[in-house]
Design a protein around this ligand. Sequence first.
Ligand SMILES: [Zn+2]
Length: 102
Amino acid sequence: MTAQPYKPNFKGDEEPKLKLPEYMILIKEGHYEVNLCKLEGTGKFPCPVCGSVISPDDETEDTYSIVDTKTKNFDLEEITLECNKCKSIHKNTRIKIKGFIE
Ligand SMILES: [Zn+2]
């Protein structure tokens, strides 16, 4: 599946609540995509909705759960995460992480 075009889905004149960093795009309401190629450092980034720091090194699933993984030629292509902090609040935030393959 190819990447979907940027299509904001805001109701009426509602503006996005916060400006997204360069490495993150909004695919549709509550669904974000992070490009690791543009994310410098350790790969940590804050959840765009609640601000919880999501770290790929965190294996405790306190902050997030992996809901889907995709591979291409046995290499990791993308991971879809669900923010557990948001889930506990009520919003269901999905964050797709791409850019594993150089
Ligand atoms: Zn969150």
